[in-house]
Ligand binder design. Structure first.
Ligand SMILES: Nc1nc2c(ncn2[C@@H]2O[C@H](COP(=O)(O)OP(=O)(O)OP(=O)(O)O)[C@@H](O)[C@H]2O)c(=O)[nH]1
Ligand SMILES: [Mg+2]
Ligand SMILES: [Zn+2]
Length: 290
């Protein structure tokens, strides 16, 4: 059976890229109920007597980004702006948790609009680099860093996520003008409101695929478990197992090694506070307040 990759799902059609061809497929009825199909899924498909395509099977997913739903993502580029809108570390931390909890193998931070504020928040960026996240600094205005972005795209499926107005679409248009993604200034976006629906689709770029996503800043951590959260803060992980209690939520427990690392300045207090904030959200949700 031929195999392909779903590059777009729209109006119950699934557009499957197989070699150079794109086949629009429906789903088999029985199969539709059993399992959802997302952009990025690798599928087996067949043809009906009338020549139209039909998805017969979804191959095992390596991972699934929840928002927007995209399967088999190699990396996510968390895009922020040096200014307009200002970079908020708390929001960055939340995006990082979102990406880490989706088992995406590559997580890269990109700070765009460096032309507006060349020395911005270098202290903040240094923290994330020390944790192990590559940080790219870009500007679509003066083309700073665009080669660095191109380089990491090669042959991979990359999702660009981040708040609205940071320049995700602008950046991708700069890299490949044929993408012709819609862009707009920040005040216009506010006027247009939240209802500009855009679907996630995989677009060929640099021998791989990119997915431009609509910006968002509010996120809920519905699926997260209290005990998993600390694992999404990479720099906490080396201390696991050295706490007095097991499991340890690294919040109220005595003789917690993560907490002592915060006190010793080995873990950033800001990151630890972000952790506690999200932990509290998860707990409140469980109690039914969330
Ligand atoms: N000064 C400056 N402005 C930029 C840069 N990149 C993008 N912009 C501007 O920022 C605004 C928003 O850009 P978009 O590309 O639409 O932002 P986006 O992240 O795709 O926003 P959403 O699609 O709403 O999530 C536009 O007015 C761009 O011209 C940059 O490097 N420097
Ligand atoms: Mg955009
Ligand atoms: Zn602990």
């Amino acid at each position: 059976m031929p195999k392909g990759r779903v590059i777009k799902a729209q109006n119950s059609f699934f557009y499957v890229q197989a070699g150079q061809k794109i086949i629009s497929c429906k789903l088999r009825g029985k199969f539709r109920k059993r399992m959802p199909v997302y952009p990025g899924d690798e599928v087996e498909f067949g043809f009906l007597p009338d020549g139209s395509g039909v998805v017969e099977n979804v191959l095992e997913r390596r991972n699934l980004l929840r928002r927007p739903a995209v399967a088999n993502v190699d990396q996510v580029v968390l895009t922020f702006a040096a200014a307009q809108p200002e970079l908020h570390p708390l929001l960055l931390n939340r995006f990082l948790v979102l990406a880490e909890s989706s088992s995406i193998p590559g997580i890269v931070i990109c700070v765009n609009k460096m032309d507006l504020c060349p020395n911005t928040r270098e202290d903040v960026l240094a923290l994330y680099e020390s944790i192990g996240y590559p940080v790219l600094r870009t500007s679509t205005r003066d083309r700073t860093g665009l080669d660095d972005v191109c380089r990491i795209l090669e042959g991979r499926t990359t999702v660009f996520a981040g708040p609205s107005g940071v320049g995700k679409s602008s950046l991708l248009n700069r890299i490949d003008p044929s993408l012709s993604l819609g862009t707009g200034d920040v005040s216009e976006k506010i006027k247009r409101g939240r209802h500009t629906t855009r679907i996630a689709q995989l677009l060929p770029c640099e021998g791989g695929y990119i997915v431009d996503t609509p910006g968002f800043s509010a996120m809920e951590f519905q699926e997260l478990e209290e005990t998993d959260l600390a694992g999404y803060f990479r720099e906490f992980v080396p201390y696991f197992g050295e706490c007095r209690f097991s499991p340890c939520t690294h919040s109220h427990e005595p003789q917690c090694r993560v907490k002592s690392a915060v006190d010793a300045g080995e873990i950033s207090r800001e990151r630890y506070d972000a952790y506690l904030g999200i932990l509290a959200e998860i707990r409140n949700r469980k109690k039914g307040y969330g």
